[in-house]
Ligand binder design. Structure first.
Ligand SMILES: [Zn+2]
Length: 314
């Protein structure tokens, strides 16, 4: 992931300066050597860029080019959704905050507005879902773009035909997980709890309750329910442990079968405990236990050959 960031900076320097990529990389290595390796490759590349007089400041970036920690970021995107404006009271100071999601053709990202003038545009619907907005002088915090009073936020006349509505999951360690975030993580299965079963309506797949002998769906009345499983496991990637919840899709991708058979379950459990895999899903705050958990929608085998090839290329 880090290498990808570096490559993007190098590409940008090459594009703007017209210099050969190899030459830029040599400059980066020379800079690092001079600083006794105390600076990351990304950091050294940024220094080279500024020495070449390349100013990233006024350049509009695509959403998938945004890197954590970036400042004075400019971008445009189409508003996909807007969350209700929230009021808060912090240390006796009242304020408002608004969240929206914007997308371009490469990806989408959450935007956080702190300035009352910006928030007013949302409240008055001068900026609304479907509008294209221009953002200037914003900063990246984690995977979000934050706008302060020095930032620009205005409607743009540019047209964005196709937007990437699929939220890309970023690979990150468990300790960095944040609520509501889509993440991918490589970790070990430390614990597998007994599966739980519940019934859903065959039409709308919503949970149904049994009333006497019958199962009834709020929308579809009395139905013959489908039985579904839920599996709780614990993951550990060395930075932290987290409880993970798997439903139908997640269980299927994990490779667990025939959960209702006790013996088969115990056999599979032995096979999966201690196994390392890639997991993708959405992080949620479990309000009951007051801790983070992840709803896994995909578990993938680790392709060691692919990982080795990737390392050799770098
Ligand atoms: Zn139903």
């Amino acid at each position: 992931m880090v290498h990808q960031n570096y490559d993007k900076i190098i590409e940008k320097i090459a594009r703007v300066s017209g210099l050969d990529k190899n030459e830029i990389e040599r400059k980066v290595e020379a800079k690092r050597a001079k600083l006794s390796g105390l600076i990351s490759r990304e950091g050294a590349a940024q220094v080279i860029a500024s020495e070449l007089g390349i100013n990233f400041d006024n350049e509009k970036l695509k959403i998938d080019e945004l890197l954590p920690g970036m400042k004075r970021v400019n971008l445009i995107g189409k508003v996909l959704n807007i969350s209700p404006v929230r009021e808060f009271n912090k240390n006796g100071k009242e304020g408002k905050v608004a969240n929206l999601v914007i997308a371009d053709e490469t990806s989408n990202i959450k935007i956080v507005l702190w300035d009352t003038n910006h928030i007013e545009l949302i409240e008055k619907k001068q900026i609304d879902i479907g509008h294209v907005v221009e953002i200037g002088n914003a900063s990246m915090r984690e995977n979000e773009i934050h706008l302060g009073s020095f930032s620009e936020f205005k409607k743009s006349d540019e047209i964005i035909e196709e937007v990437q509505t699929q939220i890309s999951s970023k690979e990150k360690p468990i300790i960095m997980f944040r609520n509501m975030e889509n993440v991918k993580n490589r970790s070990f299965i430390m614990q597998i709890f007994d599966p739980k079963f519940f019934n859903v309506c065959p039409e709308c797949k919503r949970k149904v309750e049994n009333s006497g002998e019958n199962y009834s769906c709020q929308q579809h009345g009395i139905v013959f329910p489908e039985k579904r499983a839920l599996l709780n496991i614990v993951l550990d990637d060395g930075t932290e442990t987290i409880r993970a919840v798997l439903f139908q899709e997640g269980i299927g991708s994990l490779g667990f079968r025939n959960l209702e058979n006790r013996e088969a379950f115990e056999e599979q459990k032995k096979e999966f405990l201690g196994k390392e895999m890639f997991f993708s899903g959405n992080v949620r705050m479990n309000k009951f236990f007051n801790n983070m958990e992840i709803i896994i929608d995909r578990a993938e085998e680790i392709d060691l050959n692919a990982l080795i090839n990737e390392l050799e290329v770098k």
